[in-house]
Design a protein around this ligand. Structure first.
Ligand code: AMP
Length: 116
């Protein structure tokens, strides 16, 4: 069964698409957690990072260079930003198509709350 991200890549459901090339697609998150919240996905549907292979390295690398380009375009490169990739249940992954979150536009604080 295809995920919502495959449908966005295929143009079957609307999204605010910022970038699309032969390897990756980027669009604004529908439920932004920061002034800039962009999702960057490989066009090939890799369910989780655990499923990534050496063949995916060009797309996974492209995700970083697209992230830096979009961060600059949104004016957050100098101030800084966070890139997050969640994997499986404990990682908080909800959409099972590998994706990178690009978050910024405000001070994001420490990476995680300390336990306890
Ligand atoms: P994750 O928890 O890492 O799997 O993140 C999934 C992200 O996808 C969440 O931040 C959602 O808000 C986002 N999302 C889900 N559906 C859509 C959609 N149709 N368009 C844009 N972002 C979406």
């Amino acid at each position: 069964m295809s995920t919502v991200f495959e449908k966005i890549i295929a143009g079957e459901i609307p999204a605010d698409i910022l970038h699309h090339d032969d390897l990756v697609t980027a669009f604004r998150d529908i439920d932004p957690r920061a002034p800039t919240h962009i999702v960057i996905v490989p066009n090939r549907a890799i369910p989780t990072v655990n499923d990534a292979t050496a063949d995916d390295e060009p797309a996974l690398g492209r995700m970083f260079t697209v992230a830096r380009t979009l961060a600059a375009r949104d004016g957050i490169a100098e101030g800084g930003y966070r890139l997050i990739v969640n994997c499986n249940k404990d990682g908080g992954q909800e959409v099972f198509h590998v994706h990178m979150h690009l978050l910024g536009g405000r001070a994001l604080g420490p990476i995680l709350a300390r336990p306890g």
